[in-house]
Structure formats: C-alpha cells, structure tokens
Design a protein around this ligand. Structure first.
Ligand SMILES: *Cc1c(COP(=O)(O)O)cnc(C)c1O
Length: 228
C-alpha cells in the first residue's frame, strides 16, 4: 500500500467517524483531494487508490496537471478552489469541471461566456465570507442570495451551492459555529427555491467541525498528500 493510499483511508475513516457522531450518512459527504503544490504523480497515485475528485488553487498549475494527466481526464473531476481573477476565467472555463470560489457576478458572467458549448455546464459554488473580514475573499452573507439568483440564471453554469473558509479557530465548537453561519446561508438559498446541494466546508484540520455543521464536501490536502 502506498503512503497516499494509507492516508486516504485514514481521511475516509475520519469522515465516517464524524458522520457517525452527528447521525449523518457517510455517503452524504464527498471527499475532494486538494493536490495543490503536488505533482501529477501524486494525483495518479491517489486516483489509483480510488479518489476521483481533485482540487487545485492556482489556475496555471492546475491546468498543467490536468494536461499532464490527460489519459485520466474522463475519470477525474477537477475543482478550482482558489481565488479567481478575471484574466484566468477562460482557462478555468475550458479546463475545470467545478469552481468553488465565485464571489462576484462579473467572474460568473465571464465563466458563462467562456464555457465551451461542447462541455457539460460548469458546476459552481459561491464563496461566502462568514467572518466579516473586509479583505477576505467571499461574498458577504447578506449579499449571497441576490448573487446566487443572478448566477443561477446564467447559461452554461450550474449553481451547486456554497463554499466557506473561516479563520481557523482554537476549538471545535467555535469552528462549528463559524461553519454554521455558512450552513444558514445555504438554508436561505434553498428556502428561496434554489436547487443547491453542495456545502463545501472543512479541510484537514477541521473536517469534523465542517461535517457537524452540514458539510457535503470536505476539501483535504495536507492529511492526504502531506505538508506543503
Ligand atoms: C489548500 C486548501 C485546502 C486544503 O487545505 P489542507 O489544510 O491542506 O487540508 C482546502 N481548501 C482550500 C480553498 C485551500 O486553498
């Protein structure tokens, strides 16, 4: 068994335990393996161990990896999870399957315009800022619903839900409380009739708190691939 294989099994076990602790079905939480800074061979090893969804932060690095792993393209789902600038939207629209980090309409409009017609719709999440920090990425919680409505109306994109990255907290309850703010916004979108199904919360250090707050997708790098 490779080391990545071993680490993946440990992370899957953490997900199962965290689900059991809150009475959730482990099948309701997807694992996104965050492969940023690791090479294509690490992704290939994780794929061989059964992992099919991968997240990348830096657009050019991600595209280079997607191209290097062209033989696996139909079997891997690639997620762009990093901050997105206007000049990178075309690369994202042409290469990725998902984007988690939409925080303004302009970016979503560009992605919709640039998504090639022969590809499936780009699956998108809005990044919501639940700490209120003015310099942080993410739409303010109060502005999430109008942005979600506008994004849901765009062609060639499919709105799937929300992502949040609150500041790391010292304890589980504080972390869970921050994640619950994102979950409340998610409930608001659903109550407004938007068909969202994805709440992307939790990383290596806090996936249990994410799952306790209702996460349906945890984004895990270090615990699978090692330190960066
Ligand atoms: C790097 C990163 C992760 C993974 O973080 P780890 O602590 O290594 O698990 C998850 N989400 C985003 C947006 C990231 O940038």
């Amino acid at each position: 068994m490779t080391m990545i294989d071993d680490k993946l099994q440990q992370v899957r076990a953490r997900i199962v335990t965290a689900c059991a602790a809150t009475g959730r079905d482990p099948a309701s939480v997807r694992l996104l393996a965050v492969s940023k800074t690791f090479g294509p061979e690490a992704v290939r090893a994780a794929h061989a161990a059964g992992q099919t969804a991968f997240g990348e932060n830096y657009v050019q690095e991600g595209v280079a990896k997607i191209e290097a792993l062209g033989d696996l393209r139909a079997r891997i789902e690639w997620h762009c999870i990093g901050p997105l600038q206007s000049n990178k939207t075309r690369l994202v629209a042409e290469h990725f399957d998902w984007v988690h980090s939409i925080d303004r309409l302009k970016i979503a409009e560009r992605l919709a315009e640039q998504r090639p017609a022969d590809l499936a719709p780009l699956q998108v999440c809005l990044q919501v800022n639940v700490d209120g920090g003015a310099n942080k990425s993410g739409v303010a919680a109060e502005e999430a619903l109008p942005l979600a409505r506008a994004v849901a109306a765009l062609p060639r994109l499919r709105l799937r839900g929300l992502m949040a990255i609150p500041e790391p907290a010292a304890d589980f309850e504080t972390q869970r409380a921050l994640f619950l703010r994102a979950a409340a916004v998610f409930d608001q979108l659903r109550a407004a009739g938007l068909e969202v199904d994805t709440l992307s919360l939790g990383m290596s250090a806090d996936l249990e708190a994410g799952i306790a707050a209702g996460s349906t997708m945890v984004r895990v790098g270090t615990a699978i691939f090692g330190g960066r």
